[in-house]
Design a protein around this ligand. Structure first.
Ligand SMILES: [Mn+2]
Length: 428
């Protein structure tokens, strides 16, 4: 909805586009290609989230926008397409970044267009509905078109890019189609300092929510009450929203990996898995802690808990540049097996984290400095209603790794100590 600038300065996005241009130039072919990203349509009454790749390369969060990159062996050109000004729509949505009014070819851009050029850092801005006209010349010159299809294009609804490709293919039957998303996620895998900074902010907010949990959790509270507290803290701390639906699973639901109904009354003696994440400048935190509802782990819960912590430590030791995510997983799995819980750990240990909670990127590539992964081993013993997952966000560095979520308490004794502090019942 809002087109306000977020996060990094325009030159950071320009550098990202340059990296993409360099990559496009290296692809097989005669070097004449066109790449297009769409920001997406805005649905009524649903908060708009721009396409992650479009946002990554432009910093623009508007709907109905597109990025065109044209590459020839000699040079490259880029153009940002934004919605034309629509004063009637702005009464509903507020002011958005627009292309300015329609101008004749070569006419001077008006004030609105100048503003868009300046704030987005583009020398060339055009109206979104002129996209197809603007493409005629680049497409005639190109042999290859790079488009970004969603991963589940086959099952999901027919997307904007698919419709666009149908149209283009009918007019330019000799154009070769190539996968732009894969190139983009390759670049997105390694995070820049401004991205890490946004993730640290998302994590700091998520830390506050975990602190609130240790203060308020008690038997007799519903999962949704804890969820409300968590999401209240997110909002009150300036989060843009949730990185993903909050998972607050107690008792039997502590063993359900993606439980998000959160309707159950929590009872003394149970554990509750809180897998939560705030979103800041579109970047995600993804943190899981498992708490004893009444403030102390039982002996058995503690035994399971320590095994998960041991697996976490083993996994961290495998986190270094050049290593592979499957090695991190192997380290965690082996530690859990050694502790005697092999059959109770049945999910992956890590995924990439970034603009998306499950950030795109190939898992066949080695870890590099700047890559952020989660480390989230778990043990789920459904027969005993004991599920324990501990999830941290880990930045791979030149020398090893940094646990970005280090400050969110995870040792059993620390959690018990925090929860032993006098707790007040809060009424809303
Ligand atoms: Mn996760």
């Amino acid at each position: 909805m809002s087109a306000a600038k977020k996060g990094a300065a325009p030159n950071v996005y320009a550098q990202r586009r340059q990296a993409l241009v360099d990559l496009l130039k290296k692809q097989p072919g005669d070097g004449n290609s066109v790449a297009i990203f769409f920001s997406g349509d805005e649905e009524s009454l649903v908060p708009f989230v721009p396409d992650p790749n479009f946002f990554y390369f432009t910093g623009v969060a508007s709907s109905n926008a597109a990025l065109l990159i044209q590459v020839t062996p000699q040079k490259s050109d880029e153009m940002l397409f934004l919605p034309a000004p629509d004063p009637a729509a702005e009464r509903w949505t507020g002011k958005v970044l627009t292309s300015g009014s329609l101008t004749r070819p070569n006419a001077e851009p008006d004030a609105e267009r100048l503003e868009a050029m300046k704030s987005a850092g583009f020398a060339s801005v055009n109206s979104y509905h002129q996209l197809e006209d603007s493409l005629i010349r680049p497409l005639r010159a190109a042999n290859t078109i790079y488009l970004d299809f969603s991963e589940d294009a086959f099952q999901g609804p027919v997307g904007l890019t698919q419709l666009f490709w149908e149209k283009v293919r009918a007019r330019y039957p000799f154009l070769q189609l190539r996968h732009l998303g894969r190139l983009a996620s390759g670049l997105r895998r390694v995070k820049g300092p401004e991205e890490i900074a946004s993730m640290r902010e998302a994590i700091a907010i998520t830390a506050k929510a975990n602190e609130a949990i240790t203060r308020q959790l008690r038997p007799g509270l519903h999962e949704f009450e804890l969820q409300a507290l968590i999401e209240y803290v997110f909002k009150a701390s300036g989060a843009q929203g949730l990185a993903f639906p909050s998972i607050v699973g107690s008792g039997p639901y502590s063993c359900i990996l993606h439980y998000d109904k959160n309707r159950r009354l929590m009872k003394a003696g149970e554990v509750v898995v809180c897998d939560i994440g705030a979103r800041k400048e579109l970047y995600c935190a993804d943190v899981t802690r498992t708490y004893p509802v009444s403030g102390r782990f039982s002996k058995r819960q503690r035994q399971v808990y320590e095994a998960v912590l041991g697996a976490r430590q083993a996994a961290l030791e495998a986190c270094r540049k050049g290593a592979f995510v499957h090695q991190v997983h192997k380290a965690a799995s082996e530690a859990i097996a050694k502790a005697g819980f092999a059959k109770y750990f049945f999910h992956g240990t890590s995924h990439y984290l970034g603009i998306e909670a499950h950030d795109k990127g190939s898992y066949d590539e080695p870890l590099l400095p700047g890559v952020v992964i989660t480390v989230e081993p778990g043990i789920y013993i459904a027969d005993e209603n004991i599920g324990v997952r501990i999830e941290d966000d880990v930045l791979i560095t030149e020398k090893g790794y940094e646990v970005l979520t280090e400050d969110i308490p995870r040792e059993a004794r620390d959690i018990e100590r925090l929860m032993a502090a006098p707790r007040k019942k809060v009424s809303y």
